[in-house]
Design a protein around this ligand. Structure first.
Ligand code: NAI
Ligand code: MN
Ligand code: ZN
Length: 338
């Protein structure tokens, strides 16, 4: 079988590997589609602090169960599944409070263990979620990115009263815009980015108002219009954004952050406490696959609005290049495996 392996930072190749055999409580998935994510590019370039090499990358994928290990119901063979990349121990403190995404023994498929850019991959049986017939293969490969939106919104609890501000209209920002607008029906979704093409995509994904904040500082625009966002999500993740978000926020607002930057953010207690701002962070997802599958089944979200490219596995290098460098025309790239 073919596997996309990052041998060490900067060295990515398609390797021929022998078919993996599912261990007890594992099943094997024949992968059909896999999405490229920023973190795959980070592992490729050695910018992911969690990655161990060599690594088969890919944590957003869909396929068909073709073999099962001991203790797995053999009737699952043939099932269409999307795989939750979060592998957790089940008994540590975060696991015991329903937060396996920050398990003390966390293993992310495609980061800490081999992932889905491979013809076949073995995963724990509980990580493979059945996909209803009404959801297409390509859409099923998009469940994972939408779980990021499901997880952060579960923290922030959007309401129909909210004036939401989303920083960043990349793949993450767009899933969040769709969730805020179509699932939670918030009153207004404002999106800031610095790339006009991405702001156009934000509009197509449901944003009510888009602002190019490279030309106009948000403080100026909001000051003039008297806008006080009640819910802010940083899906751009520059360390400077948090303080700006705190300054722009309405009293009693909630702010959600997703970033992994190691650079300090300079923020003051006064700016947070005087408005009693709540700040939440969100990492990956905690059991949000069923929720997103339901969103897709009900037609609440439109994954096709994010998919700009679909390329065969052989072209993975070009696909990663396009994804990393062409932010104007590229959003989500799917790799097709068979
Ligand atoms: P991306 O790089 O495609 O999108 C980021 C967007 O933010 C770009 O369109 C960029 O023009 C815009 N941007 C940059 N600086 C800005 C600023 N100061 N104001 C407004 N817009 C600005 O990245 P993607 O894939 O959408 O991911 C976004 C972030 O989310 C990344 O930092 C990534 O590490 C993080 N992430 C976090 C996850 C989590 O579970 N916590 C999961 C996935 C991604
Ligand atoms: Mn991802
Ligand atoms: Zn745990």
């Amino acid at each position: 079988m073919r596997s996309v392996v990052v041998q060490e930072p900067g060295n990515l190749l398609i390797e021929q590997r022998s078919l993996p055999v599912p261990a007890a409580n594992e099943l094997r998935v024949k992968v059909a589609y896999a999405g490229i994510c920023g973190s795959d590019v980070h592992i490729y370039h050695g910018h992911n602090p969690f990655a161990k090499y060599p690594r088969v990358i890919g944590h957003e994928f869909f396929g068909i169960i073709d073999a099962v290990g001991e203790g797995v119901d053999a009737s699952r063979i043939g099932q269409r599944v999307s795989v939750d990349p979060v592998v957790s121990c089940g008994h540590c403190y975060p696991c015991s409070v329903g937060r396996p995404n920050v398990c003390t023994e966390l293993q992310v498929i495609g980061v800490h263990r081999d992932g889905g850019f491979s013809d076949y991959v073995c995963v724990p049986q509980q990580n493979a979620w059945q996909i209803p017939a009404s959801i297409s293969d390509q859409h099923a490969a998009m469940v994972e990115p939408f779980t990021i939106a499901a997880n952060i919104t579960a923290q922030l609890k959007p309401t129909q009263q909210d004036i939401a501000l989303v920083y960043g209209a990349g793949p993450m920002g767009l899933t969040i815009i769709q969730a805020l607008k179509n699932v939670f029906a918030v009153k207004q979704v404002i999106v800031a980015d610095r790339i006009p093409e991405r702001l156009k995509m934000a509009k197509e994904n449901g944003a009510d108002w888009v602002i190019d904040n490279s030309h106009q500082p948000l403080a100026e625009v909001f000051g003039k219009e008297g806008v006080l966002p009640t819910l802010i999500i940083d899906a751009a993740c520059h360390p400077s954004i948090l303080q700006e978000a705190i300054n722009l926020a309405s009293p009693a607002a909630r702010i959600g952050i997703l970033g992994f930057s190691g650079e300090p953010s300079t923020i003051t207690q006064q700016s947070i406490t005087s408005k009693e701002i709540s700040i939440f962070s969100s990492r990956l997802n905690s059991h949000r696959f069923p929720m997103v599958i339901e969103w897709m089944e009900k037609g609440l979200i439109q994954p096709e609005k994010l998919i700009t490219h679909c390329m065969p596995l052989e072209e993975v290098k070009q696909a990663m290049e396009i994804f990393a460098n062409d932010q104007k025309t590229c959003c989500k790239v799917l790799l097709k495996l068979d």
